[in-house]
Design a protein around this ligand. Structure first.
Ligand code: ADP
Length: 312
């Protein structure tokens, strides 16, 4: 019978080695072969969107999870790739932290949260959720490469990538490895201390040639459950003002919502548990521009009707 240990061992077989690593593991394969597999897999992903934030704790993973669930709710085939190597929180937020990806024909099958929402995260490969990953840049680059090369993602309408905060190794690695991404969604809270880091994120996007698809202002206003009054705990409007200043679309504000915390802690994606709430509506609004990417694609690929004689 398969146990947690045998599952972890099977998954560990595919934990990467890189040429600079002294860790024991599978023999390093020629980089070209892995790169070719990445290209083949990525070619089957129609839209690739990276979720970034300037600093931690602003709700980037929460936004990534709920955007992915919202897109899947619209019938899209979605992959959610958590490249936060040191602090993967996606599995817990989806309540699948005990799931393990299985090996199939030499590839890892991502964990299916739903038939059209597949998930991969470092969190699935750790023997214990409290284990710390202490890796330098090349090792992280290598594992992120394997998340693309060795995971059987299949055909996806959207790959949503949850990158760790800041502009370090992981966002750089995923952008380099994916190559042609649609762009980045940047998550911030409204106060200036978070916004100054978002400016760096926008600058990072410009430097690496990644289009900022928009800014989401999270934790924007708290509606008191007792009196109904809105309290702007972190201020309000900073994200929108910054979006205007940077010439980046504003994708909307997500309120500070205690049920969002509960949902995250209980592993019940908020969008699924509270689909009718104002907060869920904010997430649905934010996916509008992401869905528009797909609609533009469809228009391009749909054959144009041949104009009739009279119309020519
Ligand atoms: P990050 O990925 O930016 O580090 P997380 O998504 O892990 O941030 O969120 C940090 C904490 O804040 C989590 O406990 C999460 O449930 C909570 N949180 C995120 N967004 C909201 C919100 N809009 N309202 C209330 N709590 C939130």
């Amino acid at each position: 019978m398969e146990t947690r240990d045998t599952r972890a061992a099977a998954a560990a077989e595919t934990i990467p080695t890189c040429s600079c690593s002294t860790d024991a593991g599978a023999a390093a394969e020629p980089f070209d072969a892995a790169e070719l597999r990445i290209r083949e897999r990525v070619a089957r992903m129609r839209h690739k969107i990276v979720i970034l934030s300037g600093k931690g704790g602003v709700g980037k993973s929460t936004v990534a999870v709920n955007l992915a669930v919202a897109l899947a709710g619209r019938g899209m085939q979605v992959g959610l790739l958590d490249v936060d190597i040191h602090g993967p929180s996606v599995p817990m937020m989806l309540g699948i932290e005990d799931a393990r990806p299985h090996n199939h024909d030499g590839a890892l099958l991502p964990v299916e949260f739903a038939t059209n929402l597949k998930v991969m995260s470092m969190g699935f490969l750790l023997a214990s959720r409290d284990d710390a990953v202490i890796w330098r840049g090349p090792m992280k680059y290598s594992v992120i490469g394997q998340f693309l090369a060795d995971v059987e993602w299949g055909d996806l309408d959207y790959l949503i990538v949850d990158a760790p905060p800041g502009t370090g190794d992981e966002p750089l690695a995923i952008l380099q490895l994916l190559g042609d991404v649609d762009g980045a969604v940047i998550v911030t809270t409204p106060q200036e201390v978070a916004l100054s880091d978002v400016r760096k994120c926008v600058g990072f996007c410009a430097q690496v040639g990644c289009r900022p698809l928009g800014i989401i202002e999270n934790m924007s206003g708290f509606v008191c459950p007792h009196c109904g009054e809105t309290v702007d705990v972190f201020g309000r409007g900073g994200g929108e003002a910054l979006a205007a200043e940077a010439g980046v679309p504003f994708l909307g504000s997500v309120p500070l919502d205690p049920e969002l915390v509960q949902a995250g802690d209980l592993g019940r994606p908020y969008m699924a548990a509270f689909a009718q709430s104002a907060t869920a509506e904010a997430f649905r609004g934010a996916i509008g521009p992401l869905m528009a990417l797909d609609e533009r694609d469809q228009e391009r690929s749909d054959p144009r009707p041949v104009p009739s004689e009279g119309e020519r």
